[in-house]
Design a binder for this molecule. Structure first.
Ligand SMILES: Nc1nc2c(ncn2[C@@H]2O[C@H](COP(=O)(O)OP(=O)(O)OP(=O)(O)O)[C@@H](O)[C@H]2O)c(=O)[nH]1
Ligand SMILES: [Mg+2]
Length: 329
């Protein structure tokens, strides 16, 4: 699950990458695995004091400059989420830059769809579901609209998956701004939401400086600057939810852990995420919703209160569920 950091030359994405890496000397030529901050895991750690506390992770990579050359667009194609960084610290015009970049992505998608459609027509497949879908996509994009705002059903999404269309990817826009964390940028905000993206104001230069401050001193420093949480944790969490992932939690003897899983997954999928044996021998899942565990972080107490829920294989897992799988192999 990779997240591409792209943007116009000098927009600050390598600075942001090094801030994510927690070091001014990080090599932005290599992919970077980052822990997803999770207050629930912090809480579990404080209660259970496990040997290991394992977070979900995401992988960022810095798309070389210029990000939108033909060669580098291929790199973006491999990403599950696209993060566009906009220069809002120097001379950039963020709304213009955003529209330019979106146009490049849309044009690239149009050219791909046109080629594919022409080929289908040549092969007398111009009336197939795929061809009709491509025709609709082209009509939609002609008005400068990205594909991510279209409602596609499961079948359509499956047809399009191998194309890895760029304007269909979930989008996060980082307005890289200096010194001013709070003033909203309404014009940009409207443009991004019209394009189905999520806008975050992050000051990459400031975030990089922050990595050099002792962790215990970061929170008061952030507050003094008017931020409520670090831009990096907002970026990482948004990227994670853009992947359409949630987590379920487990408490073992030695390890508390957050397990990434697709939204809509079942208890059986959760078992399989832990180990194929658990999926094969699945009997039932014992589930405690997060809010309940947070209130009474003790399974014995919850059991006495009759709050441990027994769920079958088709149970749809919720974000933050504490799950224990009973199995037999
Ligand atoms: N003051 C300030 N300077 C920044 C900020 N972000 C980036 N810079 C500076 O802008 C310059 C370019 O930043 P980079 O992070 O290298 O930008 P980039 O997008 O990776 O650039 P290329 O890879 O060359 O396209 C560097 O000199 C940074 O120190 C910021 O938030 N505030
Ligand atoms: Mg760079």
């Amino acid at each position: 699950m990779k997240i591409a950091l792209a943007g116009k030359p000098g927009c600050g994405r390598s600075t942001l990458f090094r801030a994510l890496a927690g070091s001014p000397n990080a090599d932005s030529g290599k992919p970077l695995t980052v822990k997803v901050p999770d207050h629930r895991l912090d809480f579990l750690e404080s209660i259970h004091n496990p040997l290991k506390n394992t977070h979900a992770t995401v992988v960022f990579f810095d798309v070389p400059t210029p990000s939108f050359s033909a060669k580098n667009l291929t790199l973006i194609r491999n990403a599950a989420v696209l993060t566009i960084v906009l220069d809002n610290y120097a001379l950039g015009d963020t709304v213009n830059d955003f529209n330019d970049i979106e146009s490049e992505l849309i044009l690239s998608d149009m050219s791909l769809c046109e080629k594919r459609l022409a080929r289908l027509i040549k092969e007398s497949k111009g009336k197939t579901r795929e061809a009709l879908l491509l025709g609709n996509l082209l009509k939609h994009m002609e008005n400068g609209s990205p594909l991510r705002i279209l409602e596609l059903d499961k079948g359509e999404a499956a047809i399009l998956a191998p194309y890895a269309l760029l304007s269909l990817k979930p989008l996060i826009v980082v307005s890289n701004r200096m010194g001013d964390p709070v003033t909203p940028d309404e014009e940009l905000s409207a443009a991004v939401s019209e394009h189905g993206g999520t806008l975050l104001a992050v000051d990459a230069g400031f975030e990089l400086e922050l990595t050099e401050i002792d962790e215990s001193e970061q929170a008061p420093f952030l507050e003094s600057m008017g931020y409520t949480s670090s831009g990096l944790s907002r970026l990482i969490r948004s990227s994670y939810s853009a992947l359409d992932l949630i987590v379920f939690l487990t408490i073992g003897k030695d390890e508390t852990r957050a397990w990434p899983i697709r939204k809509g997954s079942t208890a059986l999928d959760a078992a399989g995420a832990i180990h194929s044996d658990l999926e094969r021998g699945f009997i039932r899942a014992v589930v405690v919703p997060w809010e309940l565990y947070h209130e009474h972080p003790d399974r014995t107490v919850l059991k006495e209160k009759g709050e441990l829920r027994i769920e079958g294989r088709h149970y749809i897992v919720k974000d933050g569920d504490l799950i224990e799988i009973r199995f037999n192999v």
